[in-house]
Design a protein around this ligand. Structure first.
Ligand code: ADP
Ligand code: MG
Length: 682
């Protein structure tokens, strides 16, 4: 007898080899198999007689093979199987490319269902590479068919058949992790119904019912897990910082802070004095002054005898922070140091020594901060900048160097609040929703390449006035995933130099360069030695060159809105009027609309919401580094309302039953889901 933990090899047709391939899809047991949900569906339920077929439609045709299929080798690597099929209303030609086995698969005089796209009209109708199924089988055709994500060695039809068998063997053993009253209160179907219809829906309606329930379940369990993590943190005690007088800090600043900055600092300091470890995300648009929140926190920690560490994802950024914060904090009597991969060995030794003794109170750096031989004295505050570039693992590696240190995360990717809850999980969020006064809006234009000469002339004029320019291209040379009409950075820089601006200094930088080379190029641009910097998105994060007043973005349609917004944030950082030009020849109305959004607003949160609406959360989840359980079925771009409902349900349940004693199954599933945090959730 099979149960949910039975190995997939139990399924007929799955042996050693296929089991291994399925392993790549994280399918090891029958439970994994039947919980492997389709990523899409194809409605193959429309069936037609041959006479009624029209050019271009995709349908099922039930027809008999009229004569033995022929196989011909047109040339090396191209084999054709051709056959003619008939029904009582007409004939249809079928062609298979490189599926030689179809010749022996299809027998004259027998009837099959063919699903595919019709080409041609009248007597000359044909179907190329249809899906074929024996008459009456209706697993792959004649229904709404599931489409599963595949891997080498695993086909759709194998998955369909295996999941059918898997469901037959053990669907009844599935236990419902949703408590009955939750299921009833939120109108959710039974788990068995949900599994049947998410794989093999009878209609769009049954599919919607099944999907809604499974999405709810996933988000509900996630919400419970996150709430428990949060509660657990609230149970850890650390020595509270004393209320620190910030007036020397404020007095040392060359500007007065915005209200939003003060509010975020207030929230941060109240965390530090709470006696619980802080776990806070500071979110704010580019240029909103997040660094000042970090500075205030580091100052407060130092006043309380705690060491602070600020980790940035690149050397450029670490140095930039050090240049800004170092003098400020040193001026207030706080000893600072910079530690990166390029810190010379002797200097590094001395820094490590002083870190271990506590002489250095604040260290700013890169991953170098978490290398094995770095020990801290009383590491009490960990700040990470641009957190989406760090994995949760790196964050906790730094935290592990202290004892429950306070954690402050700064992110420049504005994320709608609902999403932040998921992506940043158990972090509290401060939002800086105000820019320092006097910032000028970056004038933004979306144009096609008929404007190219005018754009170049405009850039030249600005450079003659003493400004600098960025040109952003979407790819790195030698990436064959893209056709060659996309402009490679190196080729582009060369052409620009030779054909457009022979008299100007042009530099280029891309992600495949060594950090040393990259830094040299950035330093040259930052120092005003180069006029134009051609770059990929590596300039996206935090780079600060106030003299750069114009950015040209090539193939702008290839970037997400939030990414365009990040990029645009590189200009308009000084007192000069600044411009951003989005160049795209893409005529797709949706693309044009997306780019228009950029010309209309400079509010990062609005742009993020728009991006979410237009593109889905892929951008935010792109790097999947948040360390939370992967979503099997929920899609946060369209399941947002359900997310809120599930979060509310989770909060209600935990309020009624904090230990989940009445629903042990729910508790167990949450623990399984958060495997790596298992202990934390007990
Ligand atoms: P981000 O939020 O993008 O990290 P930064 O902290 O780098 O922004 O700040 C951007 C620039 O604005 C820096 O040059 C910083 O010195 C300056 N700045 C920060 N806060 C203020 C303020 N309240 N008034 C004026 N300038 C400020
Ligand atoms: Mg920053």
């Amino acid at each position: 007898m099979a149960d949910l933990t039975t190995d997939v090899r139990y399924i007929k047709g799955i042996g050693e080899q296929r089991a291994k391939a399925l392993g790549k899809l994280h399918i090891a047991t029958l439970r994994d198999l039947i919980s492997y949900f389709p990523r899409a569906y194809e409605d193959r339920s429309v069936r037609k007689a041959i006479r009624d077929l029209t050019d271009g439609e995709t349908v099922c045709v039930e027809a008999m093979v009229a004569a033995p299929p022929t196989l011909s080798r047109v040339r090396k690597g191209l084999e054709l199987v051709k056959l003619r099929v008939v029904d009582s209303t007409g004939t249809l030609d079928i062609t298979f490319f490189n599926q030689a086995y179809q010749r022996d698969n299809l027998h004259t005089g027998e009837t099959y269902t063919f699903y595919g796209k019709i080409e041609g009209t009248g007597r000359r109708k044909q179907m190329v590479n249809p899906i074929v199924e024996r008459e009456g089988a209706h697993v792959l055709t004649g229904r709404i068919a599931p489409i599963y994500p595949l891997t080498a060695g695993i086909t759709q039809s194998l998955l369909v058949k295996s999941i059918q068998q898997g469901l037959a063997a053990c669907r009844d053993l599935l236990e419902d992790p949703l408590p009955d009253e939750v299921r009833r209160d939120h109108n959710l179907c039974h788990i068995h119904y949900a599994y049947d219809h998410v794989h093999f829906p009878e209609s769009q309606e049954t599919l919607a019912i099944a999907r809604r329930r499974l999405v709810f379940e996933e988000l509900f369990l996630l919400a419970i897990g996150l709430k428990k993590l949060r509660n657990r943190r609230a149970a850890v005690a650390v020595p509270p910082c004393t209320q620190t007088d910030l007036s020397p800090f404020y007095a040392a600043l060359p500007f007065s802070l915005t209200l939003a900055q003060r509010r975020a600092i207030g929230e941060t300091l109240s965390d530090l004095t709470s006696g619980r470890p802080m776990n806070r995300l500071v979110q704010g648009d580019v240029g909103s002054g997040k660094t000042m929140v970090a500075a205030a926190a580091l100052y407060c920690a130092a006043q309380n005898g705690l060491q602070g560490a600020l980790m940035a994802p690149t050397e450029i950024l670490a140095e930039q922070h050090y240049r800004g914060l170092g003098p400020l904090l040193e001026g207030l009597g706080v000893r600072c140091a910079l530690l990166t991969g390029s810190t010379p060995a002797r200097q590094r030794r001395s820094i490590l020594e002083q870190l271990a003794t506590g002489e250095i109170q604040v260290v700013i750096g890169t991953h170098a901060l978490i290398s094995g031989d770095v020990t801290y004295c009383r590491l009490g505050l960990v700040v990470t900048d641009e957190q989406h570039r760090f994995g949760v693992g790196q964050r906790s590696a730094l935290s592990a160097k202290g004892e429950n240190p306070h954690l402050l995360v700064m992110s420049a990717t504005p994320i709608p609040r609902t999403l932040a809850l998921i992506i940043y999980g158990d972090l509290d969020v401060s939002v800086i929703d105000e820019l320092p006064p006097g910032r000028q809006k970056v004038d933004t234009f979306a144009v096609d390449s008929s404007y190219r000469q005018r754009i170049y002339a405009f850039i030249r004029k600005l450079i003659q006035e003493g400004r600098q320019a960025y040109v952003i291209c979407p790819m790195v040379e030698g990436n064959d995933a893209f056709p060659d009409d996309r402009k490679a950075v190196t080729a582009y820089a060369k052409a620009l130099q030779e054909q457009v601006f022979p008299d100007l200094k042009i530099g280029y930088v891309h992600g495949k360069m060594k950090p040393k080379e990259k830094d040299a190029v950035m330093a040259a641009f930052s120092g005003g030695e180069t006029d134009i910097l051609v770059s990929t998105t590596v300039v996206e994060v935090g780079v600060d060159v106030p003299n750069a007043a114009v950015m040209l973005i090539e193939n702008a349609e290839r970037f997400g809105l939030s990414q365009l917004h990040q990029l645009r944030g590189r200009v308009g950082r000084g007192q000069h009027k600044s411009y951003c030009i989005l160049l795209s020849d893409n005529q797709n109305p949706e693309t044009r609309e997306r780019l228009k959004v950029m010309t209309r607003t400079s509010d990062g949160f609005r742009i993020a919401e728009e991006d979410l609406r237009l593109r889905g959360p892929g951008d935010f989840f792109g790097q999947r580094q948040h360390g939370l359980p992967a979503m099997k079925i929920a899609d946060l771009s369209c399941d947002m309302a359900l997310l809120q409902e599930a979060q509310q349900a989770a909060a209600d349940l935990l309020a009624r039953d904090p230990q989940l004693t009445a629903c042990p199954l729910t508790a167990r599933r949450v623990r399984e889901l958060f495997d790596e945090n298992r202990d934390a959730l007990n």
